[in-house]
Write a protein that binds this ligand. Structure first.
Ligand code: BG6
Length: 480
């Protein structure tokens, strides 16, 4: 097995889950700031009453503090550099740059913060990989414009992207336009700013919102290429193989449908530059109307396709349409399906499937033949500090080692894989539950689910393991 010489080993975070400083230096509120912590986070947001209001008497909002990366990014990046990171994927909080989202002039203090963050990466030869919008659109746009179903958001996003590219494109080569754009089919609050009150339960709105995001993403590609010829702008999605539960043709057909709607629809548009013909099947299934398009949209999509596919990979799903008694629902990363009897699950019920990563890489490569970048992967687990003050997270090492082996196998199969930035390289707030105790990091952060702790950082056992994985360019994945 051999990874490219310039393989981008690193780690990934998102502004809303790590920065904290939610109201500092002119930052406006984002949708993430209005999401309460706790396992019922998504059910609260999915309720008909939810209105984006922040009620600190009733709930704790973990994203307000994050892990205080805003004030500690130098210390954190130094630790990433110690591990030998070649790349750091982070996101820019839109509401730091445009606090409400619809202003004409950006907030200079927000720009300065990212300027410093980028410089800090470059100081260590760490390639910044930037997500333009990672589940953190300005709250005002969700609340008062109805999120991405409103076409006006394209203009606001365009203005935001212009500012980012003008200031940073000379320093940042790798970008992604929207985090996990496909997740909206299951839960549109995070990426589209849609809640039941503003249309989340109406699939016409979700498809319309997607159309606006596709146009906005294509505009970002257009602007980026104008400013920097070798800029690399990717889409970003969840990829999770949707296996048929058994050989019953009904389940095979259901699996094909799920593959289309979940794994392929958004990338078909963003990579190929046009809507797939099977959109009629999707619209019929969800009782939705064809999105309204304006003159010029189709040409824009066609002419401004993405350069690479960034994707998160955590798990696979099994699909059982026949509702056989043999199946139980499975928990998932913004997806629905049933438990696969051949797989084990994490404590949060996510089914662990390294071979599924090899399958995913091959499927994506066969379909698109554009470079692939795994920008999230990892195991959310509880960590214990032992009597010597150490954290022996062998379960995490085991998970990551098996996935890196699967990547190597896929490279041997012929896939063009350009990088790997495992999720939450430093512990941060979980997106689905707002928990701190669901940890992914190589670096432990002393903070609990209620925001108590010193915020001190500590290297876990996986820290040194990952360091030698990077140093050997992926040769030494087995624990020494
Ligand atoms: C991805 C998101 O869905 O999964 C991240 O892009 C998220 O923002 C990650 O944190 C892991 O999910 P969770 O819910 O365990 O944090």
């Amino acid at each position: 097995m051999e990874f490219r010489k310039d393989f981008l080993w690193g780690g990934a975070t998102a502004a809303n889950q790590c920065e904290g400083a939610f109201d500092i230096d002119g930052k406006g509120l984002s949708v993430a700031d209005a999401m309460p912590g706790g396992k019922n986070r998504f059910s609260i947001i999915s309720s008909l009453e939810f209105d984006w209001d922040i009620d600190t008497d009733k709930y704790y909002y973990p994203n307000h503090l994050g892990i205080d990366h805003y004030h500690r990014f130098k210390e954190d990046i130094a630790l990433f550099a110690e591990m030998g990171f070649k790349a750091y994927r982070f996101s820019i909080a839109w509401s730091r740059i445009f606090p409400q989202g619809d202003e004409l002039k950006p907030n200079e203090k927000g720009i300065s913060f990212y300027e410093a963050l980028i410089e800090e990466c470059l100081k260590y030869n760490i390639e910044p990989v930037v997500t333009i919008s990672h589940y953190e659109m300005p709250l005002h746009l969700a609340k008062n414009y109805g999120g991405w179903k409103n076409r006006e958001l394209i203009n606001f996003y365009e203005r935001y992207v212009e500012v980012l590219f003008e200031r940073f494109a000379s320093k940042v080569k790798y970008w992604m336009t929207f985090n996990e754009i496909n997740s909206a089919i299951e839960f549109p609050a995070l990426s589209q700013g849609l809640i039941p009150k503003t249309g989340a339960n109406n699939f016409t709105d979700r498809f319309q919102a997607w159309h606006h995001q596709f146009v906005a993403s294509a505009l970002a590609v257009k602007i980026g290429k104008r400013l920097r010829k070798d800029i690399q702008i990717g889409c970003m999605q969840i990829y999770a193989p949707m296996y048929a539960f058994d050989s019953n043709p009904s389940n095979q057909f259901a699996s094909q449908f799920k593959q289309r709607v979940f794994n392929y629809f958004t990338s078909d548009v963003q990579v190929r530059g046009y809507y797939p013909t099977y959109i009629s099947q999707l619209l019929q299934h969800y009782d939705a109307k064809m999105p309204i398009m304006e003159k010029g949209d189709k040409e824009l999509l066609k002419e401004n396709t993405v350069d690479y596919i960034g994707f998160s990979y955590y798990m696979s799903m099994a699909i059982d349409e026949t509702n056989s008694e043999a199946t139980d629902p499975a928990a998932g990363n913004l997806m629905e399906g049933v438990r696969n009897p051949f797989l084990e699950s994490s404590e949060w019920g996510w089914q662990i499937d390294p071979l599924g990563l090899r399958i995913s890489l091959n499927d994506l490569w066969d379909r698109y033949q554009v470079p692939l970048f795994i920008v999230e992967n990892g195991l959310g687990a509880k960590d214990e500090i032992d009597d010597n003050g150490e954290i022996h997270d062998d379960y995490r090492i085991d998970y990551l080692a098996k996935h890196i082996q699967a990547m190597a196998d896929a490279v041997t199969d012929g896939v063009d894989l350009i990088g790997y930035t495992p999720w939450g390289c430093i512990d941060l707030v979980a997106a689905s539950t707002g928990e701190m105790s669901k940890r992914y990091g190589f670096i432990y952060v002393d903070l609990d689910d209620q925001g108590k702790g010193t915020l001190d950082r500590k290297r876990k056992k996986s820290f040194n393991w990952y360091k030698q994985v990077i140093a050997s360019n992926g040769e030494n994945v087995i624990q020494q």
